[in-house]
Design a protein around this ligand. Structure first.
Ligand SMILES: Cc1cc2nc3c(=O)[nH]c(=O)nc-3n(C[C@H](O)[C@H](O)[C@H](O)COP(=O)(O)O)c2cc1C
Length: 196
């Protein structure tokens, strides 16, 4: 491995990953082989004790739109009338219209009680970031959302997840013709990285 070139390429992919909202996607489909590769990259996240707690539900093509319709329907059925917002329903319903793939990323507890849930959430978040970076490296735009039903109990039930499991995101993937949003950091690095 040429470490100089590898470091520069990895750093560039990390820096250039941007949140791109699915309404900016162009409807083009990601080849199955490419998506299989990015899932394989996700699977190489670190874990404590090889628990590999991520469980990703992958929806491609028409299924990407269908899962968004189901998400909207669940939002409607699980939300009290006085809290229901038609605009939110419409947003969830149409969110995948131009997406190629949607992934529901969950942490599923294994049978190792020595590993606390926080570590399993951390490991699953690392797998999600792997997914986003592997997508970026292939020119695929992505959006990690925790909106709508993502963090609500009925969503877990619908997915067959248990009480201790946790959905961590609805991830949308596609291609875009739009200029990537300009990245920004709100706090200076020295506030977040304390050299001792
Ligand atoms: C755990 C998590 C949940 C997020 N949920 C949402 C969301 O529900 N809606 C949204 O617009 N962006 C969401 N984002 C994306 C962030 O808003 C986005 O990362 C942030 O604006 C920084 O932009 P960047 O990703 O291009 O650096 C989420 C990001 C993370 C890490």
């Amino acid at each position: 491995m040429n470490t100089t070139h590898t470091a520069a390429a990895v750093d560039e992919v990390i820096r250039e990953r941007r949140t791109v909202k699915p309404d900016k996607f162009n409807g083009e489909q990601i080849p199955e082989a490419a998506f299989t590769q990015i899932l394989a990259a996700a699977d190489w996240a670190p874990t404590h004790a090889y628990t590999e707690p991520w469980l990703f539900f992958v929806y491609a093509g028409d299924k990407a739109q269908e899962i968004c319709h189901q998400h909207a329907a669940l939002y409607k059925s699980a939300t009290a009338a006085e809290k229901f917002n038609q605009g939110s329903y419409d947003k969830f319903y149409t969110m995948g219209d131009k997406a190629s793939h949607v992934v529901i990323a969950a942490m599923k507890r294994g049978n190792n009680p020595n590993i606390p849930a926080i570590e399993e959430i951390a490991a699953t978040s690392a797998a999600i970031q792997n997914l986003l970076l592997a997508a970026t490296a292939r020119g695929i735009a992505s959006f990690w959302s925790t909106g709508g039903m993502t963090l609500r109990e009925p969503f877990k039930a619908e997915l067959g997840l248990g009480e201790e499991d946790q959905v961590l995101g609805l991830l949308y993937f596609g291609y875009t013709d739009a200029e990537p949003p300009v990245g920004k950091r709100m706090r200076p690095a020295q506030e977040k990285f304390i050299w001792k």
